[in-house]
Every structure is written in C-alpha cells, then in structure tokens.
Design a protein around this ligand. Structure first.
Ligand code: MLT
Length: 261
C-alpha cells in the first residue's frame, strides 16, 4: 500500500510484483481493494498497479471526469517510471480504461474490459445518477449500499457467499459521499465510445458475469463485435463484479489471455 502526491492531490495505490505491468482500475463506488485476489495471483508474474481512482479509497476527492481519471492514471504511471502497461478496468474502471486508450494508445499493450460498456448514459441513467448523488450527500452511503448490493451481485453470490456481500458492502460504505457524487457526475458526462471501438488496435480481453444486471452480456457482445480480434469470456454464476464473485474463474481466463500476449 502506497501513497504519493501528484498535481496537488494524494493518490493511494498498490504496486506489487515484477514483470509486464498490469494496471487494474476499480468500479464505482468501490476502491482498489476490489482487486485483492488479482493482486495476489498476478503479482507472481506481473507488476500489478491498482490505484484508487479520484474520489475513492485513499485518493483525494475533487470534481473530476472519466478523462480526468484516465489522466491521473497516466500521471501515476509516469511517476512510477512505467511507460506502457496492460490497462484493465471493471465497470467505471472500464470507462476509464477505454478513455485512457483513446488518449494514450501508445502507452497501452493490451486492454481488459470487465463488466463494462462503451455507450454513454441514457437520459434516464443520468437522472438516476443525480438522484443517487443527492441521496449520498444527504444520507451517506449506507442506504445506497443496501439498495445496490443485490443489483450488483448475482443471485448465487447473494445466496451463497456472505463474505463477498460483506466485502462489497464494506467498500461501498467506506466511500466518501462527496467522492461518490463526483464519480456519478463523471460517469453521467462520459463520452460515448461505441464509434471508437473499431479503431482499437490492441489485444482486448472482454469479460462479463452471466447475470450482470448493470452492464449486461449484450453490452460486452457489442464491444466484442466492434473491437477487431477481441476475446469475450462470460463467467457463470456471477453478477456485475465478476473478479470478486468468481475470482478463480476470472483469474484463470485472464491468465490465459495474458499468456497469449
Ligand atoms: C460500476 O460498477 O462502476 C458502476 O455501477 C457503473 C455504472 O454505474 O455505470
């Protein structure tokens, strides 16, 4: 666990292992501890860097955008002497990974897009985010966690894996409501990347939980159709947080992809 100051803000991150660099970007409203199982598994073969995105974990809260988060990742890599990396992200982290590739394609050796989508928000989604942001500021994260956890996790995880439910909940309630508000605004104003997908020219691994209700399998299928040469894996018995719900299966499939690079 490390922290550094970049451009006036503190960034919290993990940086473990040696080898090709694998950057892992967490979802909303989580933090870098989401990647604990991947940090353990992949730091044996890779240098794994997992930052807290702006507004989350131990990284400062400020107003931001998805592009701003991608810029933070680029600056963190530079500060850590990393020129190129495999850039992976889950959900909001996937939005940041796509934005990173769009801005800095020369710094990306491969992309990992987990439980995410390329489209921008609909008007309804934007309205829902505004309501949630207002609720986070008014009530804190408890009620939001209660409401979101059963939507985020697959039914089998909810029924059979209380420790995963607890872990996810813990991450959510520890998120600063102001950080949640800025992330919601950032997601609501993110660019639509669908037309850009066909320009991606880096090996791309797409993975999604079969029961993902937030970014369903069809979103991943669309990315798979548009990104030339991409690989799509669907993880059974998993909802939206596939790396946490089925870590062994997630890791096996990701390792196969990484070995092919
Ligand atoms: C996430 O898991 O990062 C969010 O649920 C994504 C979103 O709300 O679009």
């Amino acid at each position: 666990m490390s922290k550094l100051r970049l451009g006036g803000i503190q960034i919290g991150y993990d940086d473990e292992g040696d080898g090709p660099v694998l950057v892992l970007l967490h979802g909303y409203p989580f933090n870098r501890s989401q990647w604990r199982d991947q940090l353990t598994a992949f730091s044996k073969s890779h240098r794994v860097i997992a930052p807290d995105l702006r507004g989350h974990g131990e990284t400062d809260v400020t107003a931001t955008t998805i592009q701003g988060m991608a810029q933070d990742v680029a600056e963190l890599m530079t500060a850590l002497d990393v020129n190129t990396a495999i850039i992976g992200g889950l959900s909001m982290g996937g939005y940041v990974a796509l934005s990173f590739y769009r801005r800095f394609p020369e710094r990306v050796t491969a992309l990992v897009l987990a439980d995410t989508r390329a489209s921008a928000d609909t008007d309804t989604a934007r309205q829902n985010r505004a309501v949630q942001a207002e609720r986070a500021l008014r009530e804190g994260m408890q009620g939001i966690a209660d409401e979101m956890v059963p939507k985020l996790l697959g039914p089998e995880t909810v029924a059979k894996k209380p420790e995963v439910v607890q872990r996810l909940r813990q991450m959510m309630v520890s998120t600063n409501p102001k950080g949640a508000e800025s992330a919601l605004k950032a997601m609501a104003t993110r660019e639509d990347q669908i037309a850009f997908l066909s320009q991606i020219q880096t090996p791309t691994f797409i993975v999604v939980g079969r029961d993902d209700a937030i970014t369903p399998v069809v979103d991943s299928e669309l990315m798979h159709r548009e990104i030339i040469g991409s690989q799509l894996e669907v993880i059974e018995h998993s909802g939206h947080v596939s790396n946490l719900e089925q870590p062994d299966e997630f890791n096996v499939r990701l390792r196969e992809f990484l070995s092919s690079l």
